[in-house]
Design a binder for this molecule. Structure first.
Ligand code: AMP
Ligand code: GLY
Length: 424
């Protein structure tokens, strides 16, 4: 398992549950994977492609799963495949679908896959003029990888122009050297993720993320403050349209352009009030924190599914889902998503949560048996329940005993689904 966040803890936990897995090596992992049964951390950076290759060969690793986008963009899958090692994830060429927003927007336009109208800029003045002419609300995006922080949904032209000056003015380094400016899309978002192998694929359970840092979707965007599955906005009709209008044409086009996609393909969709999906973003990996609630619900063997995909056909091992809903609440460190404080001791992690809740670690480290904070998103506390409301109650109950100085989290994860449930 390559990576060390919450998504990777959940993946390692689920892979370790396969009867065919003897041990999961996690590089670099976190305090959660350090203590997970049948998991072992290896101190190696997720981007160290040469080191990872050497590790996999030296340890006789039978199957590798890549969690984050960094090593994918660095070509870890190409390197492993060239060395005849089995690995699940897209090639560097296929992972471009996430690494460059300008590439993705041009790709979507070329293949007539629905997405917001846009323009790409490298110079400040024409970008300012475009925004002045187009009006607000409008969305400004840094082209490159920015850990979920390169997007400003501007309510006013002035706010949009400030974002343009910050990004094209060099404030984000290379990631902001090009910006995409696109129309604001109204609707409700869903994370629609499939396991793909070329043009064959199986969808995972639907999910919805909460990107803003504060309750009621206030404050800046983050990588995600909580998520739940299933997402009721993905009705059977929306599901059919997402497959036919987004997933299938995207996989066909990637294959036709010579970059067939094997891996988790994540479509961030905006579902308009009439049910039509538009692509907000693609990721070449699972979502974090969507993975944690999605995998809480997975009732079949994850290794079987990923191996079938690497062998060319994930439909040969389709996933089965628990009927319950799952919901995860991210607990974040003091200062996050800005300048974060690290090394705060975390208390209350020892509670027995049974089968109805699970704490996935993200930015944690272990020192002398004490778990410390080491990143912005520290934990994702997940609950399982008969519906999203019950899963929400289970998650917040599990979270209530966990503490560290400056910890913060949203108290309203799942509110859209819960209000739908309460209305019926
Ligand atoms: P992205 O990194 O492109 O997924 O953008 C991060 C977040 O910004 C998305 O999850 C949306 O909440 C919001 N966003 C991005 N693009 C748009 C858009 N065109 N219209 C409305 N909201 C958007
Ligand atoms: N939670 C959104 C993402 O992983 O990109």
């Amino acid at each position: 398992m390559i990576g060390g966040g919450g998504r990777e803890h959940a993946l390692a936990w689920k892979l370790a549950a396969s009867p065919r897995v003897s041990e999961v090596l996690v590089a670099p992992g976190n305090a959660g994977t350090a203590t997970e049964p049948r998991c072992r951390n290896v101190a190696m950076a997720a981007e160290d492609v040469a080191g990872l290759l050497h590790l996999a060969q030296a340890e006789g690793v039978g199957f590798t799963v890549v969690g984050p986008e960094g090593p994918l963009a660095a070509g870890v899958v190409d390197a492993f495949t060239a060395a005849k090692l089995r690995v699940f994830g897209p090639t560097q060429a296929a992972a471009q679908i996430e690494a460059s927003k300008a590439f993705t927007k041009d790709f979507l336009a070329r293949h007539r896959i629905p997405t917001a109208q846009y323009r790409v800029f490298t110079e400040i003045e024409p970008a300012l003029a475009y925004v002045a002419q187009r009006g607000a609300p409008i969305v400004i995006k840094a082209d490159g990888l920015a850990a979920g922080k390169g997007v400003v949904v501007a309510e006013t032209v002035a706010e949009a122009q400030d974002a343009i000056r910050a990004m094209l003015g060099g404030g984000m380094g290379q990631a902001g050297a090009r910006v995409v400016i696109e129309d604001f899309l109204a609707g409700e978002e869903a994370s629609y993720i499939v396991v793909a192998s070329g043009t064959r694929y199986v969808p995972l359970a639907s999910a919805q993320d909460h990107k803003r840092v504060f309750d009621h979707d206030q404050g800046p965007n983050t990588g995600g403050m909580g998520a739940y599955s299933p997402a009721p906005v993905v009705t059977p009709e929306v599901d059919a349209r997402a497959r036919a209008e987004v997933i299938e044409p995207t996989l066909r086009a990637l294959a036709a352009e010579g970059r067939p996609f094997t891996g988790f393909l994540y479509a961030g969709l905006m579902i308009a009030p009439d049910g039509s999906p538009s692509v907000v973003e693609f990721n070449a990996r699972l979502g974090d924190p969507e993975t944690q609630p999605i995998l809480m619900r997975l009732d079949s063997d994850l290794l079987d599914l990923l191996e079938a995909a690497v062998a060319g056909d994930p439909t040969r091992a389709p996933p089965r889902w628990k009927p319950q809903a799952a919901l995860g609440v991210v607990m974040a460190a003091a200062g996050s998503p800005g300048a974060i404080r690290k090394n705060d001791p975390i208390s209350g992690l020892g509670a027995d949560l049974g089968n109805r809740a699970k704490v996935f670690h993200a930015g944690t480290s272990l020192r002398d048996g004490q778990v410390l904070t080491s990143g912005g998103r520290v934990l994702c506390v997940c609950g399982l329940g008969a519906d999203v409301g019950a899963a929400q109650a289970a998650a917040y109950a599990a979270l209530s005993g966990i503490r560290w100085e400056g910890a913060h989290y949203r108290t309203d994860i799942g509110y859209r689904a819960v209000s739908r449930e309460n209305a019926t």
